[in-house]
Design a binder for this molecule. Structure first.
Ligand SMILES: [Fe+2]
Ligand SMILES: [Fe+2]
Length: 351
């Protein structure tokens, strides 16, 4: 059953009569209004599906209601009932959004047919509106989904960062435990960090390079975790076989850290025992082939080893002796540029 609400604005008695009788017979709800000003109010207040306007012959152009139709917020389709339409008045009416025309001397059955057509068309229009509504909802859902995907990616990234940091913390804790096991001073990694960062800063390295050096210093000997206590804590000189095992610690460290994803830090750990002249280990790299950070850590590491009590060294070097040793090895074991900077900053750390 096609239902709907029709407003009939008419002085035309025949139209008023048929609208009421014929349309209500077909279950349409019909409101009749004779006054245009009143009709305006009704259109504004009520939700009509069809508005039928009866206009006197030749007065289409003069209809205030018709001229103002576009300005009224309404969904209703408009049907004009009049006689004597000229081509220009038909064009005008179309421009004003009139849906259909009916002659004033209409056949009563045509009244229902025209209204029915308008109702059908309006229903179709509503369906399109519903579809648009669906599309709008779909758009919203997609936007929401995209937002969730974005948030998910952010969460994953921050989860990864948290994991990485927590992994780094665990390894650093392990490195600290190792410092104690290795019989170095309790703060070997800490001291190496202190010297290496000071050299890096003095050399004007970037924030990121300094950060990599700091992280690598804390972890540089982590590979010693795979070396037996009997070697690490051995009193006196190591045998050649023991040294071979000891020299594996930079590579072992790189393997332990591989899941950390910090490529530069891993390289610094791997190369902290390379020598400037190529006589170091594990790869025997020389000069600028060795990352600057590793050249800095190498010197800081050696200086702290010399000035600390170590089980396999008979005695501790004094600061002057250690500095002398460093100077002598500039250009062989150590990068001379790094040596020069180290000698410049070391005073900051003397008691
Ligand atoms: Fe080492
Ligand atoms: Fe070390």
């Amino acid at each position: 059953m096609l239902e709907g609400k029709v407003l009939v604005i008419a002085n035309n008695e025949s139209l008023k009569y048929h609208a009421k009788k014929d349309l209500e017979k077909h279950e349409f709800s019909v409101v009749i209004e004779s006054d245009e000003a009143e009709a305006f109010e009704k259109i504004r207040e009520d939700n009509f599906d069809v508005i039928m306007i009866s206009i006197e012959e030749g007065a289409v152009d003069d209809s205030v209601l018709l001229q103002n139709l576009k300005g009224i917020k309404r969904d209703a389709l408009v049907i004009v009932v009049s006689n004597g339409y000229s081509d220009s008045s038909i064009n005008d009416m179309q421009r004003l959004g009139v849906f259909d025309f009916l002659p004033a001397s209409f056949e009563p059955k045509n009244l229902f047919l025209v209204i029915k057509q308008a109702m059908l068309s309006r229903k179709e229009k509503n369906n399109i509106v519903i579809d648009r509504e669906k599309i709008k909802n779909l758009d919203k859902q997609i936007a929401l989904l995209n937002k969730k995907v974005d948030e998910g990616a952010k969460n994953t990234a921050s989860l990864y960062r948290d994991l990485q940091q927590s992994y780094m913390r665990s390894i650093k804790a392990l490195a600290q435990a190792l410092d104690m096991r290795d019989e170095y001073t309790h703060s070997h990694s800490e001291n190496v960090t202190k010297y290496a960062v000071a050299v890096g800063e003095e050399m004007g390295l970037s924030f990121q390079d300094i950060k990599d050096i700091r992280d690598a210093c804390g972890l540089h000997d982590i590979g010693k975790i795979g070396i037996r206590d009997s070697i690490l804590s051995k009193e006196g000189e190591l045998t050649e076989a023991e040294w071979r095992l000891m020299r594996e610690h930079p590579m072992k460290g790189a393997v332990i850290l591989q899941h950390l994803g910090l490529k530069n830090v891993i390289e610094l750990v791997k190369q902290h025992h390379e020598h400037y002249n190529g006589n170091g280990y594990p790869a025997g790299k020389k000069g600028e082939e060795i990352p600057l950070g590793a050249r800095i850590i190498s010197l800081a590491d050696s200086y702290d080893a010399m000035t600390s009590e170590r089980a396999y060294k008979n005695r501790r070097f004094s600061q002057e002796e250690a500095l002398q040793e460093i100077k002598q090895n500039g250009g062989t074991q150590f990068d001379p540029k790094v040596v020069a900077v180290f000698l410049k900053i070391i005073d900051r750390f003397t008691e």
